[in-house]
Design a protein around this ligand. Sequence first.
Ligand code: GSH
Length: 212
Amino acid sequence: MAVEVCVKAAVGAPDVLGDCPFCQRVLLTLEEKKIPYKMHLINVDNKPKWFLEVNPEGKVPVIKFDDKWIADSDVVVGIIEEKYPNRPLSPPPQFASVGSKIFPSFVKFLKSKDPSDGSEQALLDELKALDEHLRAHGPYVNGEKICAVDLSLAPKLYHLDVALGHFKGWKIPESLTHVHNYMKLLFLQESFEKTKPAKKYVIAGWEPKVNA
Ligand SMILES: N[C@@H](CCC(=O)N[C@@H](CS)C(=O)NCC(=O)O)C(=O)O
């Protein structure tokens, strides 16, 4: 039986898969483990009553297991791993937090209106650390096989690339070759192609936050 999962609908297109990186992470996990699923697209600007009843906090993603709806992608991915241990995706503990500061650093830089606040450098430092990790251990975070850390990072790097390119004309430096190759590899995965939002929806999703 298919697992039910609530994910964000695209801004301005409630019938199209939207731009939530946490939702894509969960979809990638289901895809990589070949778990059949049924998506409910949630318009987060006009959440359906049934969704708020099962999930009063109102955030996506949420997934239904044993008749209970579970929120938060960290928790959800952990439960999927427990329930579906085949095709194990857990990284070794020493790699579990590789790249974990990239997303908050990206958001800070994206929203920054002060070029001297250090947010660009902070992001560059995180990307350089990832580049060094991949140089030593790549091509994926844990070597030859994709793991849960890659599935968490892939949507975030996609948002970074699309949103910083669009709003700031900014690109990841060419010198970070391992990060560039890593992104190419991730974005070519069939699971990524199948679950990625169109670039215009990523831009539409960030627009109000950038121009707040
Ligand atoms: N920590 C949560 C974050 C989820 C999250 O922030 N979801 C956003 C979409 S990207 C959301 O539901 N926003 C709608 C709202 O807060 O009303 C996770 O990992 O699942």
